[in-house]
Design a protein around this ligand. Structure first.
Ligand code: AMP
Ligand code: TRP
Length: 422
């Protein structure tokens, strides 16, 4: 069991100490403003999820690491944008934080109204995250609806949240367009439930992609409001962005997204992956093979960079692997940049090399996912054990909230039978 693994958080992965804001505006992928931090380093795949998943799912209390929380949308087929923007930073954070990651099926219910489909998507999301390196010995991975206290807290927060905050959120306006035939009340209160998710665990760090920053800012406002009415109760959470907070799609201009169909799936086969990378739009000013290119303006080059986490790799001193060690990869990157700029490297060859690097990175993840899929019972066990731990923490928070707001005191049951259950 992984009980001995807990230790005081060092915030080792950060450029700024907790509570401080750093300038994270790093070009097109950057995002600035209060409440946003940047993760300095991320692991490459060699150090992700090395242990067999699910030995522990419990840990020695009290846990002293600072808390992190993130929600995992169970909307199917994850892409490289999800991976680089959210999953990789989430996996990185579990080293320094007591991380709670929930497959947010209550949120999914705002757009999925088919029971077996919702169960399937929830299970798939849990598998995806275990496959990319989420380690249930270090993190608490649970299904949101197994801890129904989230909706309890959501209601309390709804009563201190001005309606106008929800109505004017750009993400609500987008959702109204995306699902014009189903603009339900849940869509409006979506960010309130998201705030409840985070503060239930008094999380200070929320690893997400850039598009989620408005929701974290919203949660901070809700916290201020609650604390000003009922007294200091919750810390203000901060969004934590990884090195690729906004990944562009194969069109090279818009955010990579499943709905825009400009995505590259992370669990696609090698053939599909190569085909998708082959259709990527490159530097539009480089028309012929011999034209000088501009790597800084090319989305293909930016993916070359994101799949070579030089700083993390160098710090670990990791080496070997099918696609070469970190030093080799960094040298390779410099060579690609130089030969593209000089007009020696053609875009077709550049993309062929990119597909190779991505495939070498993702192949072990695909294998791990396939292996996990053969053990559904194991995934259920992990989710159930983690839900029990999440419920213990959530119950303590709700005791406090109920006492402060004047609601009744109750005894909490522990739900959770795995994603396949019921
Ligand atoms: P979604 O698939 O939109 O539910 O997003 C799941 C997580 O992935 C969120 O934290 C998003 O911010 C992040 N994400 C989604 N698309 C991208 C992208 N193109 N680039 C970076 N992060 C992304
Ligand atoms: N809205 C997030 C997304 O679309 C999912 C989510 C739900 C979440 N609750 C959360 C993210 C709490 C961070 C923290 O990806």
């Amino acid at each position: 069991m992984g009980y001995g693994r807990t230790r005081a958080g060092t915030w080792a992965g950060f450029q700024a100490p907790r509570g401080e804001c750093v300038d994270v505006d790093a070009g097109p992928g950057g995002a600035g403003g209060a409440g946003v931090m940047r993760l300095a380093t991320e692991p490459d795949r060699r150090e992700q999820g090395q242990g067999s998943p699910g030995q522990g799912a419990q840990r020695k209390e009290p846990e002293t690491r600072p808390r992190a929380f993130s929600g995992i949308q169970s909307s199917g087929r994850l892409h490289i944008g999800n991976y680089l923007g959210a999953m990789r930073p989430q996996v990185a954070l579990q080293k320094t934080h007591d991380a709670f990651y929930a497959v947010v099926d209550y949120h999914a219910l705002t757009s999925v109204h088919d029971a077996s489909e919702l169960r399937r998507l929830t299970r798939e999301a849990a598998l995806d995250y275990l496959a990319v390196g989420l380690d249930p010995e270090q993190s608490t991975l649970f299904r949101q609806s197994d801890v129904p206290l989230h909706t309890d807290l959501c209601w309390v927060l709804a009563t201190v949240t001005p309606l106008s905050w929800c109505v004017h959120l750009p993400t609500f306006k987008d959702k109204k367009k995306d699902q014009a035939g189903d603009v339900n009340l849940g869509l409006l209160s979506y960010p309130v439930l998201q705030a409840a998710d985070i503060i239930m665990y008094k999380a200070v760090a929320v690893p997400v992609g850039k598009d989620q920053v408005p929701h974290i800012e919203f949660a901070r406002e809700v916290v201020r409001r609650f604390n000003s009415i009922y007294g200091e109760t919750f810390p203000e959470p901060q969004a934590v962005l990884g090195s690729a907070p906004l990944v562009l799609g194969i069109d090279g201009t818009r955010k990579m997204s499943k709905s825009l169909k400009n995505h590259i799936e992370i669990f696609a086969s090698r053939e599909e992956l190569c085909a998708r990378v082959g259709t990527m739009v490159t530097d539009t000013e480089k028309v012929r093979r011999g034209d000088p290119g501009h790597p800084g303006r090319c989305n293909v080059f930016s993916l070359h960079r994101h799949f070579r986490p030089e700083s993390a790799g160098a710090a670990q001193g990791a080496g070997g692997g099918a696609e070469g060690g970190p030093g080799e990869l960094a040298a390779d990157l410099a060579e690609i940049s130089a030969s593209c700029t000089e007009g020696k490297l053609g875009c077709v060859e550049c993309k062929r090399r990119l597909a190779g690097v991505i495939d070498a990175h993702l192949a072990p993840l695909r294998e791990r996912r396939a292996e996990l899929a053969t053990r559904p019972g194991r995934v259920d066990e992990i989710l159930a054990a983690c839900a029990a731990r999440a419920t213990r923490v959530a119950a303590a928070t709700m005791d406090e909230v109920r006492a402060k707001t004047g609601l009744g005191r109750i005894t909490y049951g522990v739900a959770g039978g795995g994603a396949g259950g019921r």
